[in-house]
Design a protein around this ligand. Structure first.
Ligand SMILES: NC(=O)c1ccc[n+]([C@@H]2O[C@H](COP(=O)([O-])OP(=O)(O)OC[C@H]3O[C@@H](n4cnc5c(N)ncnc54)[C@H](OP(=O)(O)O)[C@@H]3O)[C@@H](O)[C@H]2O)c1
Length: 217
């Protein structure tokens, strides 16, 4: 089964193909992401980082929501990042600014687009948890660690250099991120979303981001 999060049609096909298998879905991990992309629009007309990192996952979970609920206990894990703190998606009147989610080429900065998509991940996870936890489907947003060597940096050589330089110092974080594994593989460890993984890796359901308090209630 293939899934291209940059195409809503591909997400649809993937969800249909999964449903056709008629198997339960206990854990859905929204892990895929793109980082440091040059500006581009997807076939759906949206900025690519936003669509791959947030909207594609959001759409996939919507399409598979009925399967998740039927499979309860079930869990969605959204892999976000602490970097969500360094951005904002509101305008000066504190309303959601849609142009920040999918910016034009002139307003685009790759790092900011990534951080905003990671903020969307958390907001999405919290709201999903609020809506579905009464039906046995929990959702957690997690932070796997900082600058862990993966292929995330591949789109710009400067980041490749930085990640390579940081690599000797981030090995312990990689080990720490492994502590997330129980959360990723076990939907049965409590239907309130509570699991025995380090608190520092779980992005809280209630947190203050600049002037806005995002809550899951
Ligand atoms: N590495 C870090 O320091 C760090 C820090 C904080 C948070 N995170 C988060 O951790 C998660 C995993 O990142 P990683 O570091 O493991 O990076 P990675 O090695 O680059 O993994 C990202 C994955 O996303 C997939 N992907 C990219 N575009 C896609 C698309 N259009 N459709 C479907 N899949 C797509 C990639 O598949 P292909 O390889 O096939 O393209 C790859 O498997 C991400 O959500 C990232 O934001 C990472």
């Amino acid at each position: 089964m293939t899934l291209d999060l940059a195409q809503l049609r591909s997400v649809q096909h993937f969800a249909q193909a999964f449903k056709a298998k008629n198997v339960p879905l206990h854990v859905l991990v929204c892990n895929a992401a793109a980082f440091a992309l040059p500006w581009s629009l997807t076939k759906d007309g949206l900025e690519t980082t936003f669509q791959v990192n947030h909207l594609g996952h959001f759409y996939l979970v919507q399409l598979l929501q009925d399967v998740l609920c039927r499979s309860a206990p079930a869990r969605v894990v959204v892999v976000s990042s602490e970097s969500h703190r360094f951005t904002d998606i509101n305008d000066s009147s504190k309303n959601l600014d849609f142009s920040r989610l999918s910016p034009s080429k002139n307003d685009y900065w790759a790092m900011l687009a990534y951080n905003r998509s990671k903020l969307c991940n958390i907001l999405f996870s919290n709201e999903l948890h609020r809506r579905l936890s009464p039906r046995g489907v929990t959702s957690n947003a997690v932070h796997p660690g900082n600058m862990m060597y993966s292929s995330l940096h591949r789109h710009w050589w400067v980041y490749t250099l930085l990640f390579t330089l940081a690599r000797p110092f981030t090995k312990s974080m990689t080990r720490k991120a492994l502590l997330l594994v129980p959360l990723l593989i076990d939907a049965h460890s409590g239907n309130d979303g509570s699991v025995s993984v380090p608190e520092s890796l779980i992005l809280p359901a209630k947190f203050k981001h600049k002037d806005i308090v995002y809550e899951s209630e």
